[in-house]
Design a protein around this ligand. Structure first.
Ligand code: 2RA
Length: 353
């Protein structure tokens, strides 16, 4: 019998992208698709693959008969409800941060470590954070060939990583600053925003984002690191299966609506040339290589948003570091960075049920 798929958080930002992805698939393996959300959204009608579905309220019974339940909800909701779904017999595929570093929960990027899907003692599989995910297809492919040893990363993260309120804030700031001569004196951007009723104290970002870059994403952790930087380190180690991988990350928010970018400096056990790296990338079905700087061809978030693959360019052999490549990746943080990877895990599971 065809499996039943549930989507928990069907009416949220990532849930909406998820429905878009399901609608865009040529075919799906599901018998029934069940939409689940908070009681506030229950009763809402959403069309999925031509059928009008009614959103049902989150409850233990909502998981009865469900084979795979995808969770696109905040950490605390997943922490409470993914185990309930699992206890009712579903495999929970969770896009929150609640279980990512739990040793009994696999953290999966299908093109890198699909094999981990089958060992899931808690009945839960975790989806990585979008920042880590945006570079994983590229790093996984290179690691298979050249054995990754060290990773230094700077992220350029889009506003939508912070949710709808962060997107609204960026648009609001852009509107307030449009046509103003700013960026010529320290503090002038803040002053215009304040005068427009948009003080930084009301923002999800700790500084103006429009016409600026903000070297901060996530919450403060020990010794000045941000939660986002530690996620890059810990999740990369777990996904790639290299517990002692040396990682250093600086996470930065940029005035882009959607699509995270990363500048990656990766050192391998063996020498790797640009030609070899290009060949590895070109062979990956989920990577698009755009790398011809002489023709101004490289990935940018504005050209990648809405796309499923990871885009890779600016591949260079580091001049002063042996066995090291520098490259730039862009990935839509709401698609591969969130909904798409979760859905790909669910599809992979459906093949194995
Ligand atoms: C961000 N990576 O970009 C986070 C979202 N999960 O804020």
């Amino acid at each position: 019998m065809s499996p039943t798929l549930a989507l928990v958080g069907a009416t949220g930002a990532v849930g909406t992208v998820m429905i878009d992805i399901i609608n865009g698939r040529e075919s799906v393996p599901w018998g029934e698709i069940r939409l689940i959300a908070s009681p506030r959204s229950a009763g809402k009608k959403i069309t999925v693959r031509g059928a009008e579905l009614t959103v049902v309220a989150l409850s233990p019974e909502a998981f009865d008969g469900v084979d795979i339940a995808m969770f696109d909800v905040p950490d605390e909701v997943s922490a409470e409800w993914a185990p309930i779904a699992a206890a009712r017999g579903a495999v929970a595929v969770d896009n929150s941060g609640a279980f990512r570093m739990d040793p009994e929960v696999p953290l999966v990027v299908p093109e890198v470590n699909a094999d981990r899907i089958s060992v899931r003692p808690k009945g839960i599989i975790a989806n990585p954070n979008c920042t880590t995910l945006s570079m994983m297809a590229a790093l996984g492919a290179l690691h298979r060939e050249f054995e990754l040893r060290e990773l230094v990363v700077a992220s350029y993260q889009a506003a939508s990583g912070g949710g709808q309120s962060a997107i609204d804030r960026l648009y609001g700031e852009l509107e307030a600053l449009a046509g103003k001569e700013v960026g010529v004196r320290a503090g002038d951007v803040r002053e215009v925003l304040e005068a427009a009723g948009l003080p930084v104290s009301d923002s999800p970002f700790p500084a103006p984002l429009a016409l600026n870059v903000v070297p901060w994403a996530g919450s403060l952790k020990d010794e000045g690191w941000s939660s986002e930087e530690l996620k890059v380190r810990n999740e990369s180690r777990k996904i790639l299966g290299i517990p002692d991988l040396k990682v250093s990350a600086t996470c930065v928010r940029v005035p882009v609506v959607t699509t995270h970018s990363l500048a990656v400096h990766a050192t391998f056990a063996r020498e790797v040339t640009v030609e070899q790296a290009h060949k590895v990338f070109a062979e990956q079905p989920t990577i698009v290589l755009v790398d011809d700087p002489s023709a101004a061809r490289f990935p940018t978030p504005a050209d990648v948003v809405g796309e499923d693959p990871t885009y890779v360019g600016r591949v260079r052999q580091a001049l002063d570091f042996p066995n090291t490549l520098d490259f730039f990746v862009c990935g839509d943080n709401l698609r591969k960075g969130a909904a798409l990877n979760t859905y790909e895990i669910a599809e992979e599971l459906a093949n194995r049920l």
